[in-house]
Design a binder for this molecule. Structure first.
Ligand SMILES: Nc1ncnc2c1ncn2[C@@H]1O[C@H](COP(=O)(O)OP(=O)(O)O)[C@@H](O)[C@H]1O
Ligand SMILES: [Mg+2]
Length: 350
């Protein structure tokens, strides 16, 4: 019995996107269906190229098509990332689909490391990604990306985006010569933040990540109000003090009506290189507990690895240099989880 295109579409109406919990057809994810006898080819248009559940979708689609007698199935994949609708009064960034903030209430917990590695992981998956270093208390993304401090200070173009490891990034560190201490005060913070977000040519971006300054300072507050942020990722180390701080960050975003995608535990454990023994230097599982208490999602744990620190210092991030490492895989899994959460949010909103 030969298969019809209608039969293919009907079969795929029974397949749900495991994250979006709607069927692939009503989500417009099924395209270019071609049937030739018992051979079927089609394209699945995902809502993010960093889809964490692509394998599940593939299995479900194949099972559904085999159920109507397909003998040979050729699947192509593409992605179209949906766009977040800013709240009334928020200024849209033309061409930028989704803004994601990365925050903590403490410095040194790995915010910039997370921002760098998940930005690159999203770009590696095929997304168009930007990154703002908004940590005016210590803009260190230039170093993490292997760019010198202050190299744009005499540029005729002023502050502008640089593309590195597939990510378009900008930092006030591009304007500040090496070693010079920066003291930002009230009004300057607001205008610095506005410049970073609105005066930069981003082009078309699926995701724009913002590495916020630690705490609930003027800078993070004005940043969060200035940009139409889709959602925030909170990062913490496992010990109690850092967690209390993470909870404050969650409260800040709640006040600003920005959803929190979840919490990441960094420096979660250490595997000794010689014996492979697992040591929990700062304790373990605290972020999961905090996530449970605060009723937000736990996004994953990242081990303490020397290569993470060295990658940060040398401008060769771990997802580029050692993608096989446990830390790089954790960063990549977190990036994909967040991308899926953005898709769900955009869809619910639409
Ligand atoms: N998982 C990790 N393993 C090893 N070193 C890490 C890890 N996460 C962060 N670091 C290191 O800790 C230091 C602080 O991290 P950073 O990302 O700059 O924190 P923050 O932006 O929150 O101040 C950096 O030297 C960084 O390389
Ligand atoms: Mg930082």
């Amino acid at each position: 019995m030969s298969i019809t295109e209608d039969a293919v579409v009907d079969a795929l109406r029974q397949v749900q996107d495991p994250e979006l919990l709607r069927d692939l057809v009503s989500l417009n994810m099924v395209q270019d269906v071609v049937v030739d006898g018992d051979s079927v080819s089609l394209t699945i248009v995902l809502t993010t190229p960093a889809c964490p559940l692509r394998d599940t979708i593939e299995q479900d689609v194949k099972a559904a098509l085999e159920g109507i007698g397909a003998e040979s199935i050729a699947l192509e994949w593409s992605a179209h990332v949906p766009t977040f609708n800013p709240a009334p009064g928020q200024t849209e960034l033309p061409g930028v689909k989704n803004i994601i903030a990365i925050a903590s209430n403490k410095g040194g917990v790995g915010k910039s490391t997370l921002a760098t590695n998940i930005a690159i992981a999203l770009a590696q998956a095929g997304a168009a990604v930007g990154l703002i270093d908004a940590d005016i208390t210590g803009p260190n993304l230039p170093r993490m990306f292997g760019l010198p401090a202050g190299f744009q200070q005499d540029s005729e173009r002023g502050l502008h985006v640089v593309e590195r490891h597939g990510v378009k990034m900008v930092s006030l560190g591009f304007l500040i010569p090496p070693g010079s201490p920066v003291v930002w005060r009230g009004p300057m913070i607001g205008s610095g933040v506005r410049q970073l977000i609105h005066d930069v040519q981003w082009g078309e971006l699926d995701y724009l990540l913002i590495d916020l300054p630690p705490g609930t300072s003027d800078a993070s507050m004005s940043m969060a109000q200035e940009a139409p942020i889709a959602g925030a990722i909170i990062i913490s180390t496992p010990q109690a003090v850092a967690l209390e701080d993470a909870e404050k960050a969650v409260t800040m975003f709640e006040k600003l009506n920005v959803p929190v995608f979840g919490i990441v535990e960094n420096m979660s454990y250490f595997i000794t290189p010689d014996s492979g023994q697992r040591i929990e230097i700062f304790g373990h599982g605290g972020a999961q507990d905090a996530a449970d208490d605060l009723a937000i999602d736990f996004l994953g744990e990242v081990p303490l690895e020397q290569d993470v620190r060295e990658g940060g210092d040398s401008g060769r991030p771990i997802v580029v240099e050692h993608p096989e490492s446990a830390a790089a895989q954790a960063f990549t899994a977190i990036a994909h989880k967040v991308a899926a959460k953005v898709s769900v949010l955009d869809l619910v909103q639409a």
